[in-house]
Design a protein around this ligand. Sequence first.
Ligand code: PLP
Length: 421
Amino acid sequence: MNTRLWHPFSDMAAVDGNEFVVDRAEGVWVYDEEGRRYLDGCASLWYANAGHGRQEIVQAAMTQMSKLEAYSCFADIANRPALELADRLAALAPVDDARIFFGSGGADAIDTAVKMARGYWQARGEHQRVHVVSRETGYHGTHGYGTSITGIPPNREGWGVLAGENTVAPLHDLDGVEKVFAEVGPERIAAFVVEPVTGAGGVHLPTEGYIEGIAELCRRHGVLLIIDAVIAGFGRLGRWFGIERFGVRPDMITFAKGVTSGYLPLGGVVVSGEVAAPWWTTPGERTLRHGPTYSGHPTCCAAGLATLDVYERENLIPRGEELETPLFEALAPLLQHPYVHEVRAGFGLLAAVELEQDVLDGVPDAPNALLRGARKAGVLVRGLGKGVAVSPPLTVTTDELGLLAEAIRAGLDSLPVDAPV
Ligand code: PLP
């Protein structure tokens, strides 16, 4: 053993002693300890939407930290950054009469949202409404509920018994979703949890009418719609929460990542006034017995406020849509490469390059081999089950998108594929 640091989702037996150590970052560029620079083609882990090294975010966090670094928002205690960030997010979110519940990231936001959905129905006396529907390829973090409802089978396996009462619906098949509703019994379903575009599950872009169809189905059966905008939010799809592109107003939205552009850990749930009502109407009636220590952390919220300022001042949010066609045009030629099975791009500033099955079968850990090949060519991308994902900061230029595609091509060429595929 050479190192004590256990990396998430990583083959530590292979990583141990072979770490790629990043040292500093500026804009869309990341530098290693030898001073080599790399284009950040994945915004770290889909979060550095405003780009790296923003001194105004750093300063806002430092100023808050030296004034009041942390104080928990229990009972009636609040702090100004948490109050202000809640107001700003509530005003931006496409949710009726919104309230904001803060945590530290996406996984705890999902656990919060699912518990709120189930608690809402319990409070209303519909005790049978506990079932949660999600969809194939959905990723919702690695906490309890997120693990139980993910549509990525390997992430659910190996833990023994998970949280019960959930079903994974087919990816883009509305009839299949209706069938799940009918089989479970819609009166038993508390909520449907869905990413507008699946991220970690492979960047599957929505088919025409699918998200709208789910929303309509939920409305028809009184099922709460939880949109997981942890990746889709803060400009990735060209809107504040992504779901605006479908004209859908959900009951809850989970967010994290881009809310601070990753400068500090922060996440949360936008909750409609209707869902909040059981806990927010009559004093003394009901308390939500749920909440992490760092809910409303003032330093994290100050970083969030400064990040929203950057997005607004530089008009960065629309770039997720403005750059979707340039990203598609940069990556589409890779489809001619013999190792490439599919390029998924064209909706938002995110994409996947999926490898041919022969390559996946023939090259050990092919997605990570491709990732390392692209890195050698100067670009950082993220490995997926069957390829790599791309999701650069919103500040990326079209020329840099070209560099990104070239490096992926170099990575493809470097794959040790023996026989022609
Ligand atoms: N939901 C989605 C859609 C995500 O992509 C992620 C993380 O990538 C999460 C939830 C979990 O967020 P976190 O890793 O901050 O817990």
